[in-house]
Design a protein around this ligand. Structure first.
Ligand SMILES: Cc1ncc(C[n+]2csc(CCOP(=O)(O)OP(=O)(O)O)c2C)c(N)n1
Length: 629
């Protein structure tokens, strides 16, 4: 039996020799590569954190001590070694092990994460609670160099030193897992500062050896004590000049140390455990370590779909239509060639949002702000106020961070910023922290903000051009993955901006669909036609302002309406239309197909849509019920 299969809890690690621990590290990597190759998931970050995870589990006493993984996408080795090995093959599957920390999954998970830069705040909260409960354990926050660029991490560091009696923050240990990468290369002055620290480790190595001695000073005689006090002050002064950022924020800084040298890691962790914090241990790791392809291209193997281990290729059987992100990127390049005021922004997701090519062609009109969604949105507003036409490309789930900035900085000033909202709708295996299902509900109440949803990539291209013409804000939401196809609509002339579009005529019920739900809507209408019914299908296109003329004309003809959207029920376009029909056209039979007001955990996108009745069969079911009214 291999070693990994004998590790049922962290205590089992302490029985292993250094050689066995090295073998175990290799086995952990192999298990992660095999599982991610079959289920998809975050690969490179997990391969980079194996030795660090082993060291933390060996030197701290979880669950008495606690740990919070920032973002949480690097918690696979921790999961494998904290009693979840047997279920690890279910990673990211329906009812399986989550790809992120989950309190409901294990007593070793202390705080759920998924969005970046929350770990230090959460760790401080856990510490404060433990202090008030009379406990004196440590709480660790494992934070990547990318996550450290997020405003929340900096707010938490700023706050850490002012807890009552300073007791809680004294036991706060931030493990800075520096692999020099966010998803893409890390950006900004913090990243540059870390690079300086990596290049000048000499003094800090000395410090980690000297500090524990200095902390025992009161045991020494007075003259020696004074001498050591002076030395200590001098050392601290030097520390400030070299590791200035962290020391200025009130943290003791140690490192940088090699994150793949397990004995060294353990030695440093043993030392810092005896010191009073808050402190930062700067650990250098290599993203993708142990899988050559991921070492060479850590960005590509940050998050991957199932792939072939031998060559890294992701089989894709459905290359017929483009990915929405790619269509967006291509369309933006075309528009930018003719519109010199156009400027593209992203918050650490240039590849995911399809902006890589734009950044290459128009480097002077592209900016990656790092993991800083709030700043990105307000920066765009500032650019718009200065006469530019900024387009912010962001995943729906991360745009949630910038709610107030959209309202306060864009909408209230009616500034021409286009929000290109990628991964809108169900994302699937990343689970509840990443579902992009709230954007319709939080954007519809925003004054001045049109909200558009293309049914395919051609529509996305047209809508992008239309919104850039608007002299005010606009949001376009489109889902993850490839565009659906509509062979039955090839003859259709594109509708003008602001208009809904009749996709199929019918007389017994109207199916109003938002975005790519049009595909399932047309399929459901075809099913019902086979059963002898006549269903009208209208693509709303603009969820705000609504094309009420087209909607009301159809509904007054059919007397029945089913409204479909891939978003939560509360505050969605269905609720807006339902409310208006109730007052303006009483007597109409109304049904809604959308997402229940509850958490939607991980599963394949198609599984979740089917469970929520948002596929063709589900809509056909709802239509049959509606036709009985
Ligand atoms: C608020 C927010 N924005 C964007 C992301 C997407 N995201 C996931 S991991 C990641 C990079 C994190 O970099 P780092 O903290 O250095 O960890 P690494 O992946 O390098 O291990 C990003 C941008 C996110 N999870 N949360």
């Amino acid at each position: 039996m291999n070693i990994l299969d004998q590790i049922n809890q962290p205590e089992d690690l302490s029985k292993l020799s250094p050689e066995q621990l090295n073998t175990l590290a290799a086995e952990v990597r192999e298990r992660i590569i095999c599982t991610v190759a079959s289920n998809g998931g975050h690969l490179a970050s997990n391969l980079g954190i194996v030795e660090l995870t082993l060291a933390l589990l060996l030197e701290f006493n979880f669950p008495d001590d606690k740990i919070v993984f920032d973002v949480g996408h690097q918690s696979y080795p921790y999961k494998l070694l904290t009693g979840r090995r047997d279920r690890f093959a279910t990673l990211r599957r329906e009812h399986g092990i989550s790809g992120f920390p989950k309190r409901e999954e294990s007593e070793y998970d202390f705080f759920n994460t998924g969005h970046s830069s929350t770990a230090i705040s959460a760790a401080l909260g856990l510490l404060q609670a433990d202090s008030l409960h009379g406990k004196s354990n440590h709480v660790l926050a494992v934070v990547g160099d990318g996550a450290l660029t997020g405003g929340m991490a900096l707010e938490a560091m700023n706050d850490a030193c002012q807890f009552p009696g300073d007791d809680a923050s004294k036991r706060l240990i931030v493990i800075l897992n520096d692999n020099q990468m966010s998803i893409s290369r890390n950006v900004g002055s913090i990243s540059r500062h870390l690079e300086k620290l990596r290049l000048s480790p000499r003094y800090n190595r000395l410090k980690v050896r000297v500090e524990p001695v200095l902390q025992r000073l009161p045991l020494l005689g007075r003259p020696l004590l004074n001498l050591f006090e002076k030395t200590k002050r001098a050392l601290r002064g030097l520390a400030r000049s070299e590791s200035g950022f962290f020391e200025t924020m009130g943290f003791r800084y140690y490192g940088p140390i090699d994150g793949h040298d397990l004995p060294q890691l353990r030695k440093h962790l043993r030392t810092i455990k005896t010191l009073t914090g808050p402190l930062v241990l700067h650990v250098i790791t290599q993203k993708g370590r142990g899988y050559n392809l991921a070492e060479c291209s850590p960005d590509i193997y940050h998050g991957v779909a199932p792939f072939v281990i031998e060559n890294g290729i992701v089989p894709d059987n459905n290359k017929k239509t483009p990915r929405f992100s790619d269509s967006f990127g291509e369309a933006l390049c075309e528009i930018a060639a003719a519109e010199p005021r156009l400027y593209a922004l992203t918050a650490a997701m240039p590849d995911g949002t399809g902006l890589t090519e734009f950044a290459r062609i128009f480097p002077e009109r592209f900016h990656d702000c790092g993991i800083a969604e709030q700043h990105t949105v307000t920066l765009a507003a500032g650019m718009a106020a200065g006469g530019l036409k900024p387009v912010v490309a962001m995943y729906a789930t991360f745009l949630q961070r910038a709610y107030d900035q959209i309202l306060h900085d864009i909408c209230l000033q009616n500034l021409p910023v286009v929000l290109a909202i990628d991964r809108a709708g169900i994302v699937g295996e990343d689970g509840e922290t990443h579902q992009g299902i709230y954007d319709i509900s939080f954007l519809l109440p925003m004054p001045n903000m049109p909200v558009l949803a293309p049914r395919d990539s051609h529509e996305l291209t047209r809508m992008l051009a239309a919104t850039i013409e608007i002299n005010g804000p606009a949001a376009i939401r489109y889902p993850r993955g490839r565009s659906p196809e509509y062979p039955e609509l090839v003859e259709l002339t594109p509708a003008p901006a602001g208009k809904a579009e009749l996709l199929r005529t019918g007389s017994e019920a109207t199916l109003l669909s938002a975005g790519t739900s049009a595909r399932a809507a047309l399929d459901a209408a075809a099913v019902l036609e086979n059963e002898g019914h006549s269903i009208e299908v209208i693509d709303l296109r603009w969820l705000k302002p609504l094309d009420w003329e087209t909607i009301s004309a159809s509904v007054s003809k059919t007397g029945r309406v089913l409204i479909v959207e891939e978003g939560v029920a509360v505050g969605g376009v269905g609720s807006v239309i339902t409310g208006r029909l109730a007052t303006e056209m009483p007597g109409v039979s109304i049904a809604n197909a959308n997402l229940d007001d509850r958490i939607h955990p991980q599963a394949k996108r198609e599984q979740i849509l089917a469970a929520q009745g948002l596929n063709a069969e589900g809509l056909a079911r709802q239509l049959r019920l509606l036709l009985q009214k």
